[in-house]
Design a protein around this ligand. Structure first.
Ligand SMILES: Cc1ncc(C[n+]2csc(CCOP(=O)(O)OP(=O)(O)O)c2C)c(N)n1
Ligand code: SF4
Length: 245
């Protein structure tokens, strides 16, 4: 019998700790599938960050370093420059990449470092109980904006993919979603492209995932998937902003 669905080789056979309906697990799977498809598992070095995905080294069967406090692009830069044959990716939430680590993010992109940066935008700080992130939607209630985020006073959501795409050096910039099968197929292509860019030595690639956090959004997994379509995508349009698929 021909198997039609199996676990990627680059993921250990252990259950994720993520909440039911969280999209971190889908993003992990797509990254692992791309590593398998390109046959680069032995060369991959991942850089984990803070947030709910801090333990991703328990799941990916590749070398992983932990770089807390938004420093993943700086650490990734060092790894890639010291060992150019390695295939380096960072995996960062919005608190990590767009708040604490914003400077590292922008400067690594602007230097055109040979990195694949995967940005998990769930519009909230997940691990620490749901504080406002730079990506929090206008009006969104969080523990630090209990009446809803006000643009005047708390700022507008930062559009990371558009910001990175405006820089000259990045080779590939895309925003994807994984809340339905059609979006997952597009996301899969974008993740593979991000790694291919590095395999071919073409520079920096950035893929932003719109991601559900049902726990802190206080929604069921189905409601959270709908919320991605109805609230996140209108604010953060999907697409390829630089390069092509
Ligand atoms: C400099 C600093 N401030 C605060 C924290 C506490 N902290 C740990 S995880 C986290 C939020 C992470 O949110 P995000 O990056 O969006 O990831 P998620 O948990 O949503 O996946 C914060 C604020 C920290 N580790 N370092
Ligand atoms: S708190 Fe949110 S981001 Fe963290 S595992 Fe749960 S659903 Fe996912």
């Amino acid at each position: 019998m021909k198997p039609v669905f199996k676990r990627p080789k680059s993921l250990y056979d252990v259950p994720f700790h993520y909440c039911p309906g969280c999209h971190h697990g889908i993003a992990h799977r797509l990254i692992a599938e791309a590593i398998d498809a390109l046959g680069i598992q032995e060369r991959v070095v991942a850089v984990a960050s803070i947030g709910c995905s801090v333990f991703l080294y328990d799941y990916f069967a590749v070398d992983v370093l932990e770089a807390p406090h938004g420093r993943a692009p700086a650490v990734g830069t060092g790894i890639k420059r010291a060992r150019p044959e390695s295939m380096v990716f960072t995996y960062q939430g919005d608190g990590d990449l767009a708040a604490i680590g914003l400077a590292e993010t922008i400067h690594a992109a602007n230097r055109g470092e040979q990195l694949a940066v995967f940005f998990i935008n769930n519009t909230i700080y997940g691990m620490t109980g749901g504080q406002m992130a730079p990506t929090t939607l206008p009006g969104q209630k969080t523990t630090t904006t209990p009446s809803g985020r006000r643009v005047i006073g708390e700022g507008a959501p930062i559009k990371m993919a558009e910001m990175i795409a405006a820089l000259k050096p990045p080779a590939f910039v895309a925003r994807v979603a994984v809340n339905n099968p059609k979006s997952i197929l597009q996301a899969r292509k974008a993740v593979q492209k991000a790694f291919r860019i590095q395999v071919e030595g073409k520079g920096y690639a950035f893929v932003e995932f719109l991601s559900a956090c049902p726990t802190n959004w206080k929604m069921t997994p189905c409601e959270a998937n709908r919320h991605v379509s109805e609230a996140l995508i209108p604010e953060f349009p999907l697409g390829v902003f630089k390069g092509d698929l």
